[in-house]
Design a protein around this ligand. Structure first.
Ligand code: TYD
Ligand code: MG
Length: 465
C-alpha cells in the first residue's frame, strides 16, 4: 500500500506537503502534524469489502436530477428523545436521516445523556445501536442499569474500527446510532493516530456515506479540546446537520446544552440539566433556578428578561462599582461582552451624568451563564447606577431595553414573550422601551405594571430613584 506523508492542520484539516508554522487556511499557529495517509480505497481496501461495499455501492448509484416540485420532501415525523428540553434544543426532536454532533468536555455527561436517549427510544421498540469506543460493553451495561430498565432493542457494539461501525449500522439499520466517541474511531486505511483530523474526517465521512440513504439518526459524540473546539472541529461541524455543545458552567452544578448550529431549528437554543445519581434530569424552570440565589435588597443587582434561542430567560445582572485609588481603573465583565459594558459606561458618563471613570467596575451575569443581546443594556445601566449610589434597585422590577449612543432606549425583539416570563416568575413591574408599547401588548400584561421609558435616566429614576 503506497503511503505518502502529509502535514495536516489539526484545527481545520488543511493539508500541506511540507510543515508550516501557520495554517494558511484558518490562521492557527503550530497546528501542523505529520500524518502518513494512503488514499482510502473505496469499500474498505484491506478488509470488510463484502457487506460494506454493498451498502456503499447502493449509496453511490448514479442519480438523475429531479424537478424540484417532484421531490419527495419525506416529511417524517420527528423522533422525540424522551426529554422535552433536548427536543426543544433540537427543534422538536430528532429528524430521521440527520446527523447530530454532541460536543463537550470529558465528564460533562455526554455518554449519560445519549444512553438515556437510547434507552428511551429502545423502550418504545425502536432499534438503537450504541457504538462505544471508550468504554467496554460491560461498563455501558452497568451505566445503563443505573439509568433505568434495560430495553432489549438497545444493542451495544464495542469497537474503535470505523469500518466495523459503519458495516454494523448498514446491516442493523437502527433508528438511532450513537458513536461514542468520534475521537476513538480509526479508519484502518488511514495511517495517522485516532483523534487526528484525517482519522476523524475519514471515519465520519464513511459513517455518513452509509447513513445517507437510511432513516437513521446518527449522533456523534466529540470531545472538546483545551482550545474549546472539537478535535478536527470545523471539518466535522460543516459536515453535520446540527452541533450541540454540552457544557458545565464553572463551579455550578447544572449542565447547559446549547445548539451552535441547527439546520432544523433555532440556534442559541439552550436547555438546563442537572446530574443526579440516576442520570441527567431536566431543569424545567431555568429562570427560577437562575434567580434562586438573588440577594434581596442589595445594591448593584437588576433582573433582565433575555431571550436565548426561542426561550425567554430571566437573569440577574450584578454590578460592583468601587473607587480605584491607585489609578488605572479595572473593567471586568463575566458572562457578557466587555464591549457592551464599555458602551453602557460611556453612555452613562456622557448622557446620564454618572461618572465612573475613576472607579473599578465589575459586571457579571449571575449563575455562570453567558448572555449577549442588546436588550441587556438597560439592566446593565440600572445595576451600575444602583451600585454607584449604593441603593438597591426595585426588586420587583424587570428591566429590558437596548441603549443607543445618545442615551435613548431602543425597542427590542419579542417583548411579549419576555413579559410573559416576567409575569410567570411573579414580578410586578417591567421597565421597557416606549417603542415597544403597542396596543397588542395589552393582552399579555395582566397584573404587570408597565413602565415605558425613552431615556436611560428615566429607567434609572424608575428603579433606583
Ligand atoms: P459521562 O456521561 O461519562 O461524561 P462524558 O461522556 O461526557 O465524558 O458522565 C460522567 C460523570 O457523571 C461522572 O463524573 C459520573 C457522573 N454520573 C452521575 O453523577 N450520575 C449518573 O447517573 C451517571 C451515569 C454519571
Ligand atoms: Mg463518555
Amino acid at each position: 500500500m503506497a503511503s505518502r506523508t502529509v502535514f495536516t492542520c489539526q484545527a481545520c484539516g488543511h493539508a500541506s506537503p511540507k510543515w508550516l508554522g501557520r495554517c494558511p487556511d484558518c490562521g492557527a499557529w503550530n497546528t501542523f502534524v505529520e500524518e502518513r495517509a494512503a488514499a482510502p480505497a473505496r469499500g474498505g481496501g484491506r478488509r470488510g469489502g463484502h457487506a460494506l461495499a454493498g451498502v456503499l455501492a447502493a449509496a453511490t448509484e448514479p442519480v438523475e436530477p429531479i424537478a424540484l416540485h417532484q421531490v419527495d420532501a419525506g416529511r417524517q415525523p420527528r423522533l422525540p428523545t424522551g426529554m422535552a428540553e433536548l427536543d426543544r434544543v433540537l427543534g422538536g426532536g430528532f429528524v430521521p436521516g440527520s446527523v447530530v454532533l454532541v460536543g463537550g468536555d470529558p465528564g460533562v455527561g455526554k455518554s449519560t445523556l445519549l444512553l438515556q436517549v437510547s434507552q428511551h427510544l429502545a423502550a418504545r421498540g425502536l432499534p438503537v445501536l450504541y457504538v462505544t469506543g471508550e468504554e467496554s460493553a460491560a461498563q455501558v451495561r452497568l451505566r445503563a442499569e443505573r439509568l433505568g430498565a434495560l430495553a432489549p432493542d438497545l444493542a451495544v457494539l464495542p469497537t474503535t474500527d470505523a469500518l466495523q461501525a459503519a458495516e454494523a449500522i448498514g446491516r442493523y439499520q437502527p433508528a438511532l446510532a450513537v458513536i461514542d466517541s468520534i475521537q476513538t474511531l480509526a479508519h484502518p486505511d488511514v495511517a495517522s493516530a485516532p483523534g487526528s483530523v484525517s482519522q476523524v474526517r475519514e471515519s465520519v465521512a464513511l459513517l455518513m456515506a452509509v447513513t445517507k440513504r437510511l432513516p437513521v439518526v446518527l449522533v456523534l459524540v466529540g470531545h472538546v479540546t483545551r482550545a474549546g473546539t472539537i478535535a478536527g472541529p470545523r471539518v466535522v461541524e460543516h459536515m453535520v446537520d446540527a452541533v450541540l455543545y454540552f457544557e458545565s458552567p464553572a463551579h455550578h452544578a447544572y449542565r447547559l446544552l446549547r445548539a451552535i448550529k441547527n439546520r432544523f431549528g433555532a440556534t442559541h437554543e439552550i436547555a438546563l440539566f442537572e446530574m443526579q445519581d440516576r442520570g441527567l434530569a431536566e431543569v424545567a424552570n431555568p429562570s427560577a433556578r437562575l434567580l434562586s440565589e438573588r440577594p434581596r435588597g442589595a445594591a448593584g443587582s437588576a433582573v433582565v428578561a433575555a431571550v436565548e434561542g426561542t426561550r425567554p430567560l430571566l437573569v440577574e445582572i450584578q454590578a460592583l462599582v468601587a473607587p480605584a485609588p491607585y489609578g488605572n481603573p479595572r473593567r471586568v465583565a463575566t458572562g457578557l461582552d466587555l464591549g457592551r459594558a464599555a458602551l453602557v459606561l460611556a453612555v452613562l458618563d456622557k448622557r446620564a451624568g454618572l461618572h465612573l471613570g475613576g472607579c473599578d467596575v465589575y459586571l457579571k451575569v449571575a449563575g455562570g451563564l453567558r448572555v449577549d443581546e442588546p436588550a441587556l443594556d438597560l439592566a446593565l445601566a440600572v445595576a451600575l447606577a444602583s451600585s454607584h449610589r449604593d441603593r438597591p434597585a426595585d426588586p420587583e422590577a424587570v428591566v429590558i431595553g437596548e441603549l443607543g449612543l445618545a442615551g435613548e432606549v431602543r425597542s427590542v425583539q419579542r417583548v411579549d414573550e419576555r413579559l410573559r416570563e416576567a409575569q410567570r416568575l411573579g414580578f410586578r413591574r417591567v421597565v421597557l422601551p416606549r417603542g415597544n408599547l403597542t396596543p397588542a401588548l395589552a393582552g399579555v400584561v395582566g397584573e404587570l405594571e408597565l413602565v415605558p421609558v425613552q431615556r436611560v435616566e428615566e429607567a434609572i429614576a424608575a428603579t433606583v430613584g
